[in-house]
Design a protein around this ligand. Structure first.
Ligand code: AMP
Length: 661
């Protein structure tokens, strides 16, 4: 989690004492002896747990003091590390337990959990964790509005683990997730937090996996069940999942469950639970139906909203490019060549498209995997693992298959097909920029789909900048950079073992003697060999996919027929506006286009101002993606022409040129 993020914690009225960590750990509220449901917060009902946590009470007693207040507080993350009392509390903890300093200590989490967190490198709680953990430690219900990637899993996972009763064999915590992938991830996360806790059993249960196997695990006793609604219901109905002793239910990504049609199942599960239970609901968005669930099934819940600051959103650089349908595959290959990062997810609309895209990329030498609804569960798990450890670099997926996918090394998300709505877009791009890293997202739009751009920009509350399909120059530059990088890496970390290297050295010596060549010549020959017959550089056209004057393509004509081009503003009644300029006019090209959001009025205004021409003397204007054409009276003086070249419209130089010249 990045430091210095500010979050807004919004409270419904007053919720009693303000959780101390919300205010930078100054005033942790009283908790060691506070009883929520009869047991103490430390879960130290069994003396063993108490003995194993010698530091805990010290931490709590030195840091905690009762206090009042409602929750409506901005949390500057820096508070966590600068607060004096918190530092003192942590110092006590460190001195007595030799645990690494961790701001998590001030929550009063048991020592084993702190060890687990240290092992996975969690040092600073994220804003959602700061806000939610103290509330959940008290056993309160909670509604959290937070995107994926904010650290919400630990926000509910840690306090629920803290409150676990090691002696109870029936499930105490149930987490419902919309997808199997998310169920597995959440289960894995619980396991990693609880790695140092004894006897904690976490079981993911989802459709597509062996039912009997799940029953056996349930019989042997598990404390935490993470599952998809359908399979959880099956087990409940069959009596193989006993929820009579359940203490906490978490609805994770509740809006996704709604979108996927699970909401009635969720309500059914809620209705079967013991009356005394804690319910935690996390959702990226709060549709009415989800609000209603929170009103009907949660008791006086704490509300925590993590609004991503603009800066957070900007951690993912978002761009779009406009490309005609038939050219999408080639555009994709170009984008991958010029922008490819260490892990890429490409989102496609249908299973068939995932296959087409993957096949094409494979032919171009990429290590590609596909994740769609046809891929069996076991294979999905293997695929995600391969993506995680880098054996596969590009994943082509449909929305459903990739939902909740959490792989830190994803540096680029390509929306090969436009998502259905803003929410889907947010979920898709959220696969990158995880765990505090930065990420890239590129959206492909056909000319017709450009009208949806505004909606997506509103969903992320920031512009999605225009980009060009990378041209040869940029691809070639990337190829050279990559080659240099590979060469450097191989120098530093040789691929061959010492014996093989000795043999290669002999070959070099021998060829150098036979051919009497210099080391440079030899090295060059070796590099060329490494190209394996493929050309190093792309030749030919410099700027790909741009409408070039006088060279209409079929796609462009089709595109125009579909409305891809704006009809000339002063020629609206003329159906056929394709002809050249009128006799007394000359056609010019200017380097500002639809992508720059230019409108005919901007062009007329700027040219009229600069050239002294009356607006009505300016003829047809046609706006294309990256350029426009404008008809101007013949005989433009050279100095006016020179001025117009440098004239800026929409912050771009017009670079006016005569068409056909
Ligand atoms: P989540 O929103 O729970 O899916 O978490 C997003 C990513 O952030 C996961 O890779 C977590 O392992 C990581 N993460 C969550 N909390 C922290 C933390 N406090 N410090 C470092 N990484 C974290």
């Amino acid at each position: 989690m990045s430091k210095g993020k500010a979050a807004r914690v919004q409270g419904t009225q007053s919720h009693g004492p303000l959780p101390a960590c919300v205010e930078g750990f100054t005033r942790l509220q009283h908790p060691v002896t506070q009883s929520i449901d009869g047991s103490t917060l430390t879960g130290a009902a069994d003396s063993q747990a108490a003995i194993e946590q010698p530091c805990q009470e010290d931490v709590l007693s030195s840091a905690m003091a009762p206090q009042d207040g409602g929750i409506s507080v901005a949390i500057p993350e820096a508070d966590v590390s600068t607060d004096v009392e918190a530092e003192q509390a942590i110092a006590v903890s460190e001195a007595e337990t030799a645990l690494p300093v961790s701001a998590f200590a001030a929550f009063g989490l048991r020592r084993e959990l702190l060890e687990g967190l240290a092992a996975i490198g969690f040092e600073e709680p994220s804003p959602i964790q700061k806000a939610a953990i103290p509330e959940l430690m008290l056993g309160r219900d909670l509604v959290g509005q937070a995107q994926t990637g904010t650290g919400k899993t630990a926000a509910f996972g840690l306090p629920l683990l803290e409150r676990l009763d090691a002696g109870q064999r029936t499930p105490q915590v149930l987490v419902l997730t919309p997808t199997r992938e998310l169920a597995m991830q959440v289960a894995e996360a619980f396991n990693s937090y609880a790695a140092c806790m004894k006897g904690v059993k976490v079981l993911p249960i989802y459709g597509g996996a062996d039912f009997r196997d799940q029953i056996q695990h349930l019989r042997r006793g598990v404390q935490i069940v993470v599952g998809t609604p359908g399979r959880v219901m099956d087990h409940m109905r069959q009596g193989t999942l006993d929820l009579s002793g359940l203490r906490s239910l978490v609805l994770d990504e509740a809006d996704e469950m709604l979108r996927m049609g699970f909401i009635d199942d969720v309500k059914w599960v809620l209705e079967q639970l013991p009356a005394e239970r804690q319910v935690v609901l996390f959702s990226a968005t709060m549709p009415t139906e989800i609000r209603r669930i929170s009103q009907n099934y949660l008791k006086d819940p704490a509300e925590v909203t993590i609004r991503q600051k603009a800066a957070d959103g900007r951690r993912i650089r978002q761009r779009h490019l406009v490309v005609n349908g038939p050219q999408k595959l080639e555009a994709l290959e170009r984008v991958l060549e010029a922008e490819g990062s260490e892990g890429v997810i490409i989102f496609a609309r249908t299973k068939a498209i995932t296959l087409t895209v993957a096949e094409s990329l494979e032919q171009h030498g990429y290590d590609v995997a596909v994740l769609n609804g046809d891929v069996p569960q076991t294979q999905r798990e293997r695929t995600i693992e391969r993506l995680r450890d880098g054996r596969v670099n590009v994943l082509v997926a449909t929305d459903v298959a990739a939902r909740g996918l959490d792989v830190d090394r994803i540096g680029l998300v390509i929306n090969y097909d436009i998502p259905f709505d803003g929410e889907a877009y947010v979920h898709r791009i959220g696969r990158t920029g995880r765990a505090g890293r930065s990420g890239e997202a590129i959206l492909f739009l056909t000319p017709r789909e450009r009208r949806f751009l505004g909606g997506l920009e509103r969903a992320v509350n920031q512009p999605i900048d225009a980009m060009e399909v990378p041209g040869n120059a940029s691809i070639n530059q990337h190829r050279l950079d990559r080659l240099r990088q590979k060469l450097t890496t191989t120098l530093q970390q040789p691929v061959c073992n010492p014996e093989e290297r000795a043999l290669l050295g002999e070959i070099l010596q021998r060829v150098a003697q036979e051919q009497s060549c210099s080391p440079d010549q030899l090295a060059l020959a070796a590099l060329e060999l490494g190209l394996a017959g493929k050309p190093l550089l792309l030749q030919g056209e410099e700027r790909w996919g741009q409408s070039r004057p006088g060279a209409p393509t079929r796609e462009r004509d089709r595109d125009r027929d579909r409305g891809g081009e704006r009809r000339p503003f002063n020629d609206r009644n003329q159906e056929r506006s394709e002809d050249g300029p009128e006799d007394n006019m000359e056609r010019f090209r200017i380097e500002v286009g639809w992508r720059d959001r230019v409108k005919p009025g901007n062009i007329v205004g700027a040219i009229a101002n600069e050239s002294g021409l009356a607006g009505r003397s300016i003829g047809k204007i046609r706006i294309f993606d990256a350029h426009s054409t404008v008809d101007l009276p013949k005989g433009m003086p050279d100095d006016v022409f020179a001025d117009l070249r440098r004239l800026r419209v929409m912050n771009k130089e017009l670079q006016i040129s005569r068409l056909g010249s």
